[in-house]
Design a protein around this ligand. Structure first.
Ligand code: GDP
Length: 425
């Protein structure tokens, strides 16, 4: 059975925790898109970890962790992430890297930084991990597949050719030193040695695993609203964040994805620029940020403070629909226990008209929130194991959200730990 775990919003919904938890019953966990630009925070018996490139199943002995062809593969970063785990006492995980994954090159990171500098105030708020230049090159067909590292002659020729065009930008657009093709070639040979132990025909491996009835998890990064097609373009990421893309980024048939568990956070947060209709500001935002997540809502990769807001039912319903969600895990509900009253954004007012449909970016930029207010529950809900034991106002909040997002909420997460979860029948 293949199950996808994806986000309905702007990312940071707590997918890492849900994946880590569900990995217990899984054989294979796959990253199929994105790169080291986002992070999943996981708290378990080994300690607290921020994973960026590895799937959140690396802590179990029985699982295989797969980096699919759809990922932006930063090879030194991957190696460092593995070393970090091992140095903190985690047994060395079983890792496979697709021979069709493309390599995030050192110049992708440089171009990401230089372009954000050049754009100044108009920048995208990139994490500067090289993701946008990486995917641009992939589709411009000047990217490097892992498999290409093993053919030195063509590799050298391609490095020379790519440096020629890249150096025009380097010198004339960004006024930076040109790259030395020989140096880059040697770096790639080092990358080859680093990645060699993990390289695998992942699609074939998964084909056989599916035939053998293995339990497979696809772990998404970011959320629906950051999808380049269906999100808040252009303030999106550069690879699809949807469960559907799991089929492509891992190399499996789309009809094998039977369960799409969409992670939805009990309030909103976002990083980077872009419209955020239910955003909070000032003290209200600061308080929620300070109490949010586990130890505050700050980016796992950059440490940047996240933008905070009320639960946005318009965005979340759309986010769930576009994922094709079969069920929802509602997370970080415990954080909201301090509020007397909670607002839920149930509509967008655009040019005097109220809509429940999530609009394109042009209209989204003019949208104002329409709120429905619900009473708070004013107590700590951590430690509660049964749904019926949650305070009534808390259950009302969950059930109100469930109705709004039109998807069954099967799990409620009431703490960052692996076991802090309430299953609903
Ligand atoms: P991801 O990118 O979707 O995996 O999300 P992140 O890991 O960046 O953000 C989720 C944050 O919330 C992390 O700090 C988690 O430890 C924390 N978290 C996840 N679920 C819960 C929960 O139910 N309650 C609390 N308090 N924190 C949670």
């Amino acid at each position: 059975m293949v199950r996808a775990i994806v986000g309905a919003n702007w990312g940071d919904e707590g997918k890492g925790k849900i994946t880590d938890m569900l990995a217990k019953e899984s054989d294979i966990i796959i990253r199929y898109q994105g790169g080291s630009n986002a992070g999943h925070t996981i708290i378990n018996n080994y300690g607290k970890f921020a994973l960026h490139l590895l799937p959140s199943g690396v802590f179990y002995h029985h699982t295989t962790s797969v980096i699919g062809n759809g990922v932006a593969l930063n090879i030194p970063f991957l190696v460092k992430e593995i070393e970090d785990l091992v140095s903190k006492g985690v047994p060395k995980p079983d890792i496979l890297v697709s021979d069709r994954a493309q390599i995030l090159m050192p110049y992708h990171i440089l171009f990401d930084q230089y372009e954000e500098e050049r754009l100044g105030k108009k920048s995208f708020g990139s994490t500067k991990s090289g993701i946008a230049p990486f995917y641009s090159d992939k589709y411009a067909k000047i990217g490097f597949q892992v498999s290409e590292l093993f053919d030195e002659e063509s590799l050298k020729e391609k490095v020379d050719r790519v440096c020629e065009t890249k150096n025009v930008l380097m010198e004339h657009l960004y006024h930076k030193p040109a790259m030395d093709p020989q140096e880059l070639f040697e770096t790639l040979l080092e990358y080859r040695e680093m990645v060699k132990p993990y390289v695998c025909d992942v699609s074939k491996y998964l084909h056989e695993a599916i035939k053998a009835g293995k339990n497979i998890l696809l772990e998404g990064q970011l959320g629906s609203l950051k999808d380049p097609d269906h999100g808040i373009y252009p303030m999106v990421t550069s690879s699809s964040t949807l469960a559907a893309y799991g089929a492509i980024g891992a190399g499996i048939p789309p009809y094998e994805i039977k369960n799409i568990t969409t992670v939805v956070k009990a309030y909103s947060s976002a990083v980077g620029a872009g419209a955020f209709v239910s955003e909070l500001f000032g003290d209200e935002a600061d308080e929620l940020r300070r109490r949010g997540g586990d130890g505050g809502e700050y980016g796992a990769t950059t440490g940047r403070p996240r933008r905070m807001g009320w639960f946005d039912a318009v965005a979340s319903r759309y986010g769930c629909r576009i994922q094709g969600s079969t069920e929802v895990a509602l997370t970080v509900l415990d954080v909201l226990g301090y509020l007397d009253e909670l607002q839920v954004c149930v509509g967008y007012e655009i040019d005097g008209k109220v809509t429940r449909d999530f609009p394109t970016t042009v209209e989204l930029n003019r949208a104002k929130p329409v709120y429905k207010s619900l009473p708070g529950w004013k107590c700590e809900i951590r430690g509660i194991k049964n749904y019926e034991d949650l305070p009534e106002n808390c259950r009302n909040y969950i059930e109100f959200i469930e109705k709004e997002i039109e998807t069954p909420i099967s799990m409620v997460s009431n703490g960052p730990g692996r076991d802090e979860i309430i299953f609903r029948k």
